[in-house]
Design a protein around this ligand. Structure first.
Ligand code: FE2
Length: 326
């Protein structure tokens, strides 16, 4: 397993770039909250990924000097300027427990972006599924029939994106996909097609030290969070998830948030991308910002855009190649 983080990465791994170097500029399009405007015939697409927004009810709230509300306002403006084909959000939309006022503020912030590109959303441990769905009644993507979970698929070319639901219950650090969702995922992935597929969910599954938390132990689950590193980020059924996806070679990458850090790792050919937070970082070494992705059927370029925190790697590009189909 290979891994890097901003504080350890070699400059040779990156190609300093700009938006202009990414290729053709894609035009903005008018869409609605519920539309899937992304063409399914493109050979490449540009997506924007954001995570850990932590939008408060009180818009003046700040954490470690960061204003999540103002941060997202700034980032949305930049994303609109980049004219993405689609946007994905990997959870922790709300500050703590997913209150309706938090989602109303989020909806206000996201509305200008929703008019330009489809927004695909997954939920985090600081979300409340029912409150979220009451405020965001209509959203893009094909919602899947998984009881008690919010699962969405963006059936696009060149890459299919599946947004899973790892929310166990609001304000719990632990995440769980659950038996029903894993069964649905296994059935969905075992259909006879070879479209490169990326999974998105909230909970981090690998740390900056390179660990992949394959099998959370009972001690981890029961032990005090403050002294048990892995429990902070654990997806409880990570090993069962990997049992499903490792043999299915069209699964190319897993994208998640939760740690508020920007890291890449790889496990058995599956790329793992940990997105930075838009709201605030938890450590001065980590950036605050969003990630632009330009992907094809062969791989993807991941471009970091920072607005705060550690901005040393702003504009850097990580190039990933998908594992081969077998
Ligand atoms: Fe978070």
């Amino acid at each position: 397993m290979a891994i890097f983080c901003p504080n350890t990465i070699s400059r040779r791994d990156f190609v300093k770039g700009s938006l202009a170097a990414l290729g053709a500029v894609l035009s903005s399009r008018n869409t609605s909250w519920a539309s899937d405007a992304t063409s399914n015939e493109r050979s490449s697409e540009k997506w924007a990924f954001v995570s850990d927004l932590h939008i408060p009810t009180d818009v003046s709230y700040n954490n470690r000097g960061f204003s999540p509300y103002k941060n997202l306002e700034t980032i949305i403006s930049k994303i609109i300027s980049s004219a993405p084909d689609a946007v994905a959000i990997t959870g922790d939309l709300s500050l703590t427990t997913g209150q309706p006022g938090e989602y109303q503020n989020l909806k206000t912030l996201l509305t200008p972006l929703s008019e330009k590109a489809p927004l695909y959303v997954s939920l985090g441990n600081h979300d409340n599924r029912d409150n979220f769905l009451q405020v965001f009644e209509r959203l893009p993507g094909k919602r899947q029939s998984v009881a008690g979970k919010y699962v969405v698929v963006a059936e696009n070319k060149p890459v299919r994106v599946i947004l899973l639901d790892s929310l166990l219950y609001p304000d719990s650090e632990l995440g769980l996909l659950g038996t029903l969702q894993r069964k649905w995922l296994s059935d969905y992935l075992n259909r006879d097609d070879k479209t490169p597929t990326v999974l998105c969910f909230h909970h981090a599954i690998a740390g900056s030290d390179g660990d992949l938390w394959e099998k959370p132990r009972l001690y981890d689950i029961l032990g005090p969070i403050s002294t048990t590193k892995s429990i902070k980020y654990s997806l409880l059924d990570i090993s069962q998830l990997y049992d499903i996806i490792v043999p299915i070679s069209k699964v190319k990458a897993v994208i998640f948030g939760h740690s508020h850090a920007y890291c890449f790792s790889e496990y058995k050919g599956i790329h793992q991308i940990n997105l930075p937070a838009t709201g605030y970082n938890l450590n001065d070494k980590d950036p605050v910002g969003w990630v632009e992705v330009r992907w094809t059927a062969q791989g993807g370029d991941f471009i970091l855009h920072t607005i705060g925190g550690n901005q040393d790697k702003d504009g850097t590009i990580k190039k990933l190649t998908w594992r081969s189909v077998h």
